[in-house]
Design a protein around this ligand. Structure first.
Ligand code: GN1
Ligand code: MG
Length: 363
């Protein structure tokens, strides 16, 4: 992209300092991300991002959510008298022309800027220490947002709605657009046996027994920043922040972190649910989330640990039967390997539900 175009975009935002350079940053797959360095030592550097509207069509809603969430967290930190607040919550930069607007559109594409958090790192490796830190950080994120006074939008409608995901699967089974249904019938039969059990959250929600809270919805270890003393600074990547059952953040972290292997490992003998990661993450999560969790939410955490591998198996199977349109496949049966992997993880976690419940009771 031409420097002139990028300079013109940056110029629309109310930054301090003068731009020295604009260079690509990181390896995110969804949004394009650039680092904007400023010349002055006392001015922060910035992150410039183009938002991917294929994944996030409603940018107004998305940025409205982010504005509400970051402002609320900032207020909480100020009230607590916390230090280093600029590194403990993301700061989005308003436009020069409108202090309430946090993005601009250039040639039909939305762009936003945030302050670059200096001297901080992300981690890729999951181990009990980083899992416990993650549990505490994501629990704290939910806790700080438990009393947000505004209603947030659903940036991806029905994203973690199990009833909806099963409905999508049933529809593609009925149509069988690429003729793959017969070959995976045993997997379909196995997954469908659990459909009733896995949709209990939606039913309890309708009965008013289970609240929706503000969740992060992309709880991965690399979506947190640590300082140089290895302390968690803040949670990042806020695009999927939206109301959901708290199971989203708890269950989806464990789905990736507590699997002994990657979600697309084709060797099912490698797949299994790692109780050491479960325990560390749960310990950290309960430490910060206990303040707001209801007894029913706490009791249902083992269900959440089984729900997310189950949901992901259903989603991957839906994509496989649709002709591999949603997830990028590197070889023809890539999605089918992902299905089998998540199905195996689901069964492994399911068998450990009692052990999980015992551990949670001891906390
Ligand atoms: C997608 O892009 P990534 O890896 O953060 C998906 C998640 C799935 C995940 C499975 C918006 O996440 O829900 O769990 O793939 N995100 C969206 O690999 O669909
Ligand atoms: Mg992501």
């Amino acid at each position: 992209m031409q420097d002139q175009k990028l300079n013109n975009i940056v110029d629309q935002f109310a930054i301090t300092g003068t731009v020295e350079s604009i260079k690509p940053l990181g390896n995110g797959l969804i949004n394009d991300t650039l680092l904007v360095r400023t010349a002055e030592a006392d001015a922060p550097d910035y992150v410039l991002q183009r938002i991917n509207t294929n994944v996030f069509p409603n940018v107004e809603m998305l940025m409205g959510n982010i504005r509400a969430v970051t402002r609320h967290i900032r207020k909480k930190l100020e009230a607590q008298g916390a230090d280093d607040i600029d590194r403990r919550v993301l700061t989005f930069v308003p436009l020069k022309s409108d202090a309430d607007k946090l993005y601009t559109e250039v040639e039909g594409e939305p762009w936003r800027m945030m302050v670059f958090i200096a001297n901080a790192v992300t981690k890729q490796a999951v181990n009990p220490e980083s899992s416990e830190a993650a549990g505490e950080a994501f629990g704290q994120f939910q806790a700080m947002l438990a009393d947000i006074p505004v209603e947030l939008g659903e940036t991806i409608k029905d994203f973690h709605n199990m009833e909806f995901r099963l409905q999508q699967l049933k529809e593609v089974i009925a149509k069988d657009p690429v003729g793959r249904v017969a070959s995976v019938q045993p997997i379909i039969d196995d997954l469908m046996q659990y459909a009733e059990e896995m949709t209990v959250a939606e039913r309890l929600g309708r009965e008013g027994k289970l609240p929706k809270r503000i969740c992060h919805c992309d709880t991965k270890v690399n979506n947190m920043m640590f300082d140089q003393q290895d302390r968690v600074l803040c949670v990042i990547d806020l695009d999927t922040v939206m109301p959901n059952f708290i199971f989203s953040d708890y269950g989806d972290f464990l789905r990736t972190a507590a699997n002994f292997t990657a979600e697309d490992d084709p060797d099912m003998s490698h797949v299994g649910f790692n109780m050491d990661i479960f325990k560390a993450f749960t310990r950290g999560y309960l430490r910060s989330a206990r303040s707001f969790l209801t007894p029913l939410e706490t009791e249902m955490l083992p269900y959440a640990a089984t729900l997310f591998p189950y949901m992901q198996a259903v989603r991957f199977l839906w994509d496989y039967l649709s002709g591999d349109k949603y997830w990028k496949c590197n070889y023809p049966e890539h999605n089918l390997d992902r299905v089998r992997n998540q199905q195996a993880l689901f069964h492994s976690a399911y068998a450990l539900k009692g052990e999980m419940a015992d551990f949670i009771k001891q906390q």
